[in-house]
Write a protein that binds this ligand. Sequence first.
Ligand SMILES: [Zn+2]
Length: 347
Amino acid sequence: MAINSATLAAVAWMRQQIRSLTDAEVGRLTAAWVEAWDELAPEFSAALTDLLSTAEGTRVPASMVARSRRVQDALTHAEAVLVELSRHTDSILVDDLARVILEAAEGHVQVLQSQLPTGDIRAVDFTRTDPQAMAAIVDRSTQQITSRTLPIPAEQAQVMRQSIIRGIFLGEHPDAVARLILRRTEWGFNGGLTRAARIARTEMLDAHREAARRNALANRDILTGWVWQATLDTDTCISCLANHGREYPVEEFGPIDHPNGRCARVDKVKSMSDLLGLDLDEPDDAIPDAQAWFDALPRADQLAIMGSPKRLDLYLNGDVAWQDLTVRKTNPDWRDSMIPTPVPQLT
Ligand SMILES: [Zn+2]
């Protein structure tokens, strides 16, 4: 059956739902991080002023920073706050998992229904994923979320520690130096937020995709597979565009785009002749051609999408084929993902 505008609308609706959900999650995480730093900042500021005022000469050696009780206390406190924030992150995300999975199941049915001729819906039966499979996805995603937030406190505290120790050359303006170090320490702290936000976006999406995959498996006898659909705008990278339109087997998880990716899985229903033995003319899929879309863009947009002038030149000169612009990257800490092929690999 053809993927049509109603199918694409159902997919867009699902994408919008999950996007607004993760935006809300990221908003709550940001608020928590900002509030926590507001409490920590005076402590760091006082510790730095204290440390710098007792320094002799123009440099505070790392050993002296390490001995400073106030700096150490502030760092210990920051790590404890980060532990709290990580737990908070886990609970925010886990609370939303069941909803994400239910929405994926609902959305998946819409995607299938959109491809059937109206009136004939009852001729084809859908199966809904059973609650046990749903619970299994919640469990798996919960583990994934907690294992990814677990290292944040220790690692970001280490970044904060390094930003303090590294930066203490006093020069002529100790106050300015203290402000600079404080800002760098804040960046280290906020690095935890960046990671938490990325976990929110990737894990919610992946839970959604896994739920869609389970639903597809439950209906595999009426499906031919699924199509990778990218968002055709200039924020999309070349890897996602090069994968757009490719077809995958029903059982395959995906799309395996990179962190913060926005691609979608569009399951495709079998043709009427395969399904019901009816001999009907069926239209083509209404999926736009990503390469034609890209080729028609102004040069500046093409460059933004390619991310590198060299990569763009190689493609425009015909030295690299469209499908070779994406490559699978293995990642033992997360999952494999498709990324833009590094330029050295293209030449
Ligand atoms: Zn991309």
